[in-house]
Design a protein around this ligand. Structure first.
Ligand SMILES: *Cc1c(COP(=O)(O)O)cnc(C)c1O
Length: 433
């Protein structure tokens, strides 16, 4: 299928071509800023991004601030802790196309989803339904079902999961068709976590806006790799994590966006950090909530889990999200082309959309022996990402993957298949996959 079409394209097969692409790459110097575990070729930055020297430095700085200032770090730290979430929100705004007050660094995807759903999901009369897709990440669905149940509504009746015709992708028109008068809210991923399909956010959002339906996006697989224009597109809310493409580290604090037209709305889940900053320490029992996205914070920010973002986001601001996307598209296209040329005969299917405007930051290969092929890759120093039962996700990252790395991955994979080296491993997943 897709493989055959791609293999008709004639990408030069020599490693010198990869080296040439690297020489022309304006982002190539950023690779030196990252630590690569055990000199591996790291293709899993869509699950957990790598540590940069600058992220390490800003994290260590926050520890030093604690050492030096104790409680005064809230106001006297190099980056005062009391304002860190707001400051990081401002640094994130250009990545998602938001105004500065529309974003805040807080929570995790799932807790932020609960915050957004308690704030925006207000079922009344017949307008009770929530649209999601059938291929989405489980945590998002758990959150939606839990929210429906909190309203005493059964997920069987009130959750519409748009089906996929090929098991990999979702047709935007199928989503729009479900937007009836009974729909209160739509929640979708920007990029599907398995197939890497990038949805047409602008088109779907316009349809939802026209029908007076609240629409939110989960940007887990697009923030830090794809530019967004959330404000301009009229997206009502969005949530994301920072440990994937934004390289904040395991459990790094996530973020949320709320469109300006909703700022001032009462947070569904309130806490003292929802307060206007200048009156927070008045300790009143009547919350005077912030008129910014800061209102959707709940409790004390996790300083050590967000300090790394200061250094990391500096890199994004220097590299520029448009340039990052441009290189990412080149890397994934090159990976697909080499795969089509070298691996066609071994039974791989490229399961992500081939077109640039429908593709996220990773390539999705399907193979019946995927679990043990991934184990063989790790054994040879390539870190892939397996998703049961048959998916290998490979994410070349603009900031730290070279074209030569991509060339090497495909050739290592070819060798593993040609020698049947993967047969030494069992075809089941490990506890974390
Ligand atoms: C990674 C990911 C999550 C994880 O949620 P957390 O609350 O950050 O653990 C949720 N949704 C999607 C689509 C993801 O890709």
């Amino acid at each position: 299928m897709i493989l055959k079409e791609l293999s008709k394209l004639s990408v030069p097969q020599s490693i010198y071509y990869a080296k040439e692409l690297d020489e022309k790459d304006p982002l190539r110097h950023f690779k030196n800023e990252f630590y690569t575990p055990d000199h591996s070729i790291y293709m899993d930055g869509n699950s957990l991004g790598l540590l940069s020297k600058r992220a390490e430095a800003s994290l260590l700085q926050s520890i030093d601030d604690w050492k030096t200032h104790g409680i005064n770090g809230w106001t006297d730290a190099e980056q005062p802790w009391f304002y860190m979430a707001e400051m990081l929100g401002k640094m994130t705004a250009p990545l998602i196309g938001a105004k500065e007050d529309e974003t805040i660094t807080t929570g995790s995807i799932t807790t932020n989803l609960h915050q957004m759903l308690t704030t925006f999901y207000k079922p009344y009369d017949k307008k009770t339904k929530i649209i999601a897709d059938s291929l989405t990440f489980p945590s998002d669905i758990y959150a939606i079902k839990a929210q429906l149940e909190l309203h005493g509504l059964s997920p069987d009746e009130h959750l519409i999961q748009v089906q996929s015709s090929d098991g990999r992708t979702i047709d935007e028109d199928d989503i729009i068709k479900e937007m009836t008068n009974e729909v209160a809210l739509v929640l979708l991923p920007s990029v599907l976590y398995r197939s890497g399909q990038l949805l047409d956010i602008k088109k779907i959002t316009r349809a939802a806006n026209d029908k007076d339906i609240i629409i939110g996006f989960d940007l887990a697989h697009s923030v830090g790799v794809i530019p967004h224009y959330l404000h301009e597109w009229g997206v009502d809310f969005a949530v994301w994590c920072t440990y994937k493409y934004l390289n904040s580290g395991p459990g790094g604090v996530g973020g949320l966006y709320v469109h300006e037209k909703h700022l001032g709305k009462k947070p569904g889940l309130a806490g003292w950090f929802s307060s206007k900053k200048d009156v927070q320490f008045d300790m009143s029992h009547d919350l005077d909530h912030a008129q910014t996205a800061g209102a959707f914070q709940i409790g004390t920010p996790h300083i050590f889990s967000m300090a790394s973002l200061i250094g990391s986001l500096e890199i994004f601001s220097e590299a520029g999200i448009e340039q990052i996307r441009e290189k990412s598209l080149k890397l994934t296209k090159y990976l697909m082309e080499l795969t089509a040329l070298k691996l066609n005969r071994f039974g791989f299917t490229i399961a992500n959309p081939a077109e640039d405007h429908r593709r996220g930051g990773h390539v999705c290969l399907e193979h019946n022996e995927a679990a043990r092929i991934c184990k063989a890759l790790k054994n040879k120093g390539v870190i892939p990402d397996f998703r049961a039962p048959n998916v290998i996700r490979l994410a070349p990252i603009s900031l730290y993957t070279s074209f030569e790395d991509v060339w090497n991955v495909v050739h290592i994979l070819e060798e593993i298949m040609a020698t049947k080296e993967y047969e030494q491993f069992t075809n089941n997943r490990n506890i974390i996959a």
